[in-house]
Design a protein around this ligand. Structure first.
Ligand code: PEP
Length: 251
């Protein structure tokens, strides 16, 4: 036993309208309430428009709510952005930063991601910092070096096991149906753990999630890999049965 409580996190991305978002959140809240004491934390990260109603729908159930991104500032002239304080106000306890889709679509750098994570910490949020190599980088044998470099650049001063979670998400496995093999996952998670042990006093307690086409039928195998402390789930987090099926792999 690692002593680290598993975290099953759903990233809804740019999906969901009011009715289906609330139905999904309500369904998960019912599952968690019905399950009694469970050995994992359950988190949903809806699009910004749904944070308030989803937070209301899961109140008192134990399901946590997170944002998918945040700005580095608390308020001001930043059209379209959301501050960490706004996420806290809306009922969030977590925020994802540095997802590969933001690294790609918005050209986010490691330095910006570190600043976002620091701002999230200052607002009392747990930052889920995402790292992961592209297909080309893996084929070139650079996966470990890329992840090490992203960790060095994206983890801010002040990170601890309480305010930080790392998500290893190989870019080529996200939304593709391709999953890293347990051996590949074990290798990179061991590298991340060794890095955290060197970097942080509480490095042994930081949770490291795997993400990339996690489904109910591969979750048991992936969640059993050493140093896999949960999952960051995209597509399969949009259906109660699938997401709960993944969480059930931790029972
Ligand atoms: C993600 O976007 O974080 C993700 C892992 O997506 P999927 O589960 O769909 O591969």
């Amino acid at each position: 036993m690692s002593g680290r409580r598993k975290l099953i996190a759903g990233n809804w991305k740019m999906n969901g309208r009011h009715e289906d978002g609330v139905a999904l959140a309500t369904g998960l809240a019912e599952k968690l309430r019905g399950a009694g004491t469970v050995p994992f934390d359950l988190l949903v990260c809806p699009p910004a428009t749904l944070i308030w109603p989803v937070a209301a729908a899961v109140t008192g159930s134990g399901v946590a709510v997170g944002g998918q991104d945040c700005h580095v500032k608390t308020s001001g002239a930043h059209t379209g952005d959301i501050s960490p304080a706004m996420l806290t106000d809306a009922g969030c306890a977590y925020v994802i930063v540095g997802h590969s889709e933001r690294r790609q679509d918005h050209k986010e750098s490691d330095a910006l991601i570190a600043a976002k994570a620091a701002a999230a910490h200052a607002a009392g949020l747990v930052a889920i910092i995402c790292v992961g190599e592209t297909k080309e980088q893996r084929q070139a044998g650079q996966a470990g070096a890329v992840v090490a470099s992203q960790l060095a650049g994206s983890i801010p001063a002040g990170a601890t096991a309480t305010n930080t979670v790392i998500a290893y998400e190989p870019v080529w496995a996200i939304g593709t149906g391709l999953t890293a093999t347990p051996a590949d996952v074990a290798e990179i998670h061991a590298l991340i753990r060794a890095d955290l042990l060197k970097r942080l006093d509480s490095g042994a307690a930081v949770r490291i999630l795997y993400g990339g086409s996690v489904k109910p039928d591969n979750a048991v195998e992936l969640m059993a890999v050493p140093d896999v402390d949960g999952a960051l789930v995209g597509g399969a987090s949009l259906k109660v049965a699938d997401f709960w099926g993944i969480a059930s792999a931790c029972l």
